[in-house]
Each structure stands twice: as C-alpha cells, then as structure tokens.
Design a protein around this ligand. Structure first.
Ligand SMILES: Cc1cc2nc3c(=O)[nH]c(=O)nc-3n(C[C@H](O)[C@H](O)[C@H](O)COP(=O)(O)OP(=O)(O)OC[C@H]3O[C@@H](n4cnc5c(N)ncnc54)[C@H](O)[C@@H]3O)c2cc1C
Length: 414
C-alpha cells in the first residue's frame, strides 16, 4: 500500500480480531472498538471446532419438512418460535428460497475454502500462542440410527468432492476408537484432518497478536451511529465521542441487523441461540470431538473438563435461557456418553450465532456505503472460517489479488 489506510473495526469477536490481524499485517493502521470485552460475544463459548468438513449452510436442501416438524417441538435441535415479526417473515422466506442444491453447492465450496485457509492459519497461530490448545486429532460423527449414519456418510461423500478425507466406521470400529460411547451405535464417520481449540483463548491470542502489530484494541466503547455524506461514512459516533477513519469494518455478529438498519442497509441476520456447558470429566472421558448426529450435539474434550454444546433456536436478540432446551441437550448427551444424573455444571453459556437466511456470511464492500466493509453473518461457522475471513477482508481492502472471494458473499444480496 502506498498510503497507510486507517481502518476502524466495529466488533471484537473472532471475525473482528481476525480482520484486525490480517489488515495490520498488510500495513493498515487499525483500531478495534468492542462495546464489552473482546471475545465475550458469540465467540466466547462455542464448541471450538475448526472443521472444514462442516461447511454446510443452514438451509440445506431437504430441510423443509424437517423444519416444519421442528417448528412444533421446543426441544428439537432447530427451533423457530412462531411469532409475528416482519424480520422473521423476511428471513424465513429467504431461508426457504435458499434451500436448493445449486445454492448449497456454491455455499459449501466457498465455506470449505475459507475454513481450510483458516485451519492452516490457526495452526500457525497456535505455534506462537500454545495456550489456544489447538489439537488436530480429527472429528468423529456417530449415530444410534441407520438414518443418522447415512446422513454422516452423505456429508462425507459431499465434502470428499472438496478434498476433505473421511472414513466410514462400523459400530465396533467406533467403539474401539472411542470407548466412552455407549448405546446402540450403528456406526459413524471419522474425519482425520479436523481440529479444535479453546475459543476464547483463540480470540485473546489474536488480540495479543493484533496489539503486537500496532493495532489499538479499545474495550468498553460502543458504536452508536455513522454520519454518512455522499454515500460514505464521514465519522462515527461512539460512547466515547466522535471517531474518524478512511474505512470501516462491521464485524458485530448477531448485532449487525440492528446496526445496519441505522446505516440504511438490509442485513437480515437473526440470532441462532445455542448453549454450551462445561462439565467435569466423565468417568470415561471422550478422546475425540464428537458430533452426535441426530441430536446435533457437539462434544469437545478439554484438558480437565468436557464441553457439551448444541441446539439452534432462531431469535431476535433474545438472550434468555430456556432450561427445557438445556435439559434436552444433557439428556441427548447422556444417551451416548456416561453423563451422570447429578451433573455438575461448571459453566452454562448461551450465544447467538449470527445467522443469515441463506447460511452464507456477508463479506465485501457495501455498494450503498462505499467505505464500509461488511464481515458478519458467519452462523455456525464463525470460528472455523474466522482467520480465512480476515485474509479475504484484508485482501479486498488493500486491493490485493485474492482467490478466496466469491459472488455468494455479496453483501448487497438482500
Ligand atoms: C453453542 C454454539 C456452538 C458453536 N460452535 C462453533 C464451532 O465449534 N465452530 C465454529 O466455527 N463456530 C461455532 N459457533 C459459531 C461461532 O461462535 C460464531 O459464528 C462466531 O462466534 C461469530 O463471531 P463474530 O465475531 O461474528 O461475533 P461475536 O463473537 O458475537 O462478536 C461480535 C462482537 O461485536 C460486539 N458489538 C456488538 N455491537 C457493538 C457495538 N454497537 N459497538 C461495539 N461493539 C459491538 C459484541 O460485543 C461482540 O463482542 C458456535 C456457536 C454457538 C452458539
């Protein structure tokens, strides 16, 4: 770059910090504004999976009838509470329209690419910051039903087309590999190249890296509104007064819809509320990260504990905890693992995944506000595609050639 770009990034989650590091590495002067503490939004308690094999968008073809069934069951893995909301109506219409194979194929290709780049980047980051507890021991999908095994095999075949290896395992092979599992196992699929890490530590490592590159990370500063003149942001108003930069990045996760409205942009992002719990190690502690297929529950072994995460309930900034859904996750995990009846919850957390109706993030310049880069809507994949998003955003903002950009990210598409 000839002249240093001054960039303000709004939002200090995995996406904001990934963009900060990659922009600073390209020589930009970067400020990150975070209204609370860095990493304590949705990036705080996720399952920690960096798994390119999970690149499926939420509106996968075939989900239509399942989602109608789920609509009626508050304990289902995906729940949409019926309500009269124009945002929900708009979101659901776009969600149904996106449920087709052409869209899914494009989304998978794009997200696999971002996730693979991210995985390599996280591996490098972990060498510098071992506290992120990066482990590349693969991921095991298991099921008690034939239908669940078939679904895992179908996913394996789908991602094989993108050079992600997977192996079908018989019930005995699953038990041998993961002796903690119990119940009528029908088989599973093992993806050997996937990784996991401690999600908060990853964001904090990126914060340290960003600061070492000269990025100013300011916590406790809330973005309120932008002063727009001739289609460009001239300055922004924050809880600490007016600030200016030549360009801005919006990386505010599930808060983006509300913020975008103030910028006259339509970003139909709803929160996909999910829970995660940290519990003491089990009597037989799982060795591998496990996906319990039909339950859609993610199990992540940690050094001295276990993380159990799951469910997706579409909400609009609703952070209440539905204990019925929490109990459904615990019961689901107990069917597969020796989870005691009297379970000590060391931590119970909920986060809102920033969900776009087509299951694809918005990454790119807005055509309506020319100096605004959008980097939001990463749904269930924000950690695994985080550093890749940072690379792409930095390439776009510094005019570098990039092989990561895809039309499908177009932020004007809604
Ligand atoms: C249960 C669960 C499990 C998950 N498991 C995984 C997983 O294993 N792998 C994976 O890849 N993804 C997973 N995810 C999804 C992942 O956590 C999200 O996609 C990701 O955290 C989104 O990151 P983000 O930076 O966009 O949003 P956030 O982390 O929410 O960051 C946005 C930040 O913007 C700040 N902000 C908002 N408004 C303002 C404002 N006005 N001014 C200043 N700052 C503001 C917020 O405080 C917040 O810190 C999971 C999610 C859940 C809920």
């Amino acid at each position: 770059m000839n002249q240093k770009k001054q960039i303000i990034i709004i939002g200090g989650g995995i996406i904001g910090l990934s963009c900060a590091v990659k922009l600073a590495e390209k020589g930009a002067e970067v400020v990150v504004l975070e209204k609370n503490k860095v990493g304590f939004g949705c990036s705080y308690g996720n399952a920690g999976w960096m798994t390119p094999c999970f690149a499926m968008p939420l509106p996968m073809p075939g989900l239509f009838f399942k989602s109608l069934k789920w609509l009626l069951n508050p304990e289902s893995p995906l729940y949409i509470k019926p309500s009269v909301s124009p945002l929900l109506f708009h979101w659901l219409t776009r969600f149904m329209l996106a449920m087709n194979q052409t869209q899914a194929n494009k989304a998978i290709e794009a997200m696999v690419l971002l996730s693979k780049v991210s995985l390599d980047e996280y591996e490098k980051l972990a060498k510098e910051f071992p506290e992120v507890a990066f482990e590349k021991k693969g991921l095991l999908m298991v099921s008690h039903t034939q239908g669940g095994v078939q679904a895992a095999v179908d996913e394996m075949e789908l991602v094989k087309q993108h050079q992600i290896p997977g192996k079908f395992l018989s019930p005995d092979e699953v038990r041998q590999m993961e002796p903690s599992l119990r119940g009528p196992l029908r088989g599973g699929v093992y993806f050997p190249d996937e990784a996991h890490a401690e999600p908060l530590k990853v964001v904090q490592a990126l914060e340290k890296k960003a600061r070492s590159l000269g990025v100013q990370v300011i916590e406790g500063v809330e973005f309120f509104k932008a002063n727009i003149e001739n289609g460009k942001i001239k300055s922004i108003l924050t809880s600490q007064g007016e600030m200016t930069a030549s360009e801005y990045v919006l990386a505010t996760g599930s808060w983006s819809e509300e913020i975008a409205k103030g910028l006259n942009l339509s970003i139909p992002i709803l929160g996909g509320k999910g829970y995660s719990m940290i519990v003491p190690p089990l009597s037989t502690q799982p060795k591998y990260p496990l996906m319990l297929v039909e339950k859609k529950i993610a199990i992540t072994p940690r050094k001295d504990s276990l993380r159990i995460a799951g469910t997706l309930e579409l909400v609009d900034q609703d952070f209440t905890i539905t204990h019925r859904r929490v109990q459904a996750i615990i019961r689901g995990a107990r069917e597969y693992l020796p989870v005691p009846e009297a379970l000590e919850l060391r931590e119970l957390w909920r986060g809102l995944r920033p969900c776009t109706p087509d299951g694809v993030p918005l990454i790119g310049y807005s055509s309506r506000v020319q100096n605004l880069m959008l980097a939001c809507g990463h749904q269930m994949l924000g950690l695994q595609s985080g550093l890749g998003t940072g690379v792409l955003v930095a390439d776009l903002m510094t005019g570098s050639t990039t092989s990561l950009n895809r039309e499908i990210y177009n932020p004007d598409r809604f």
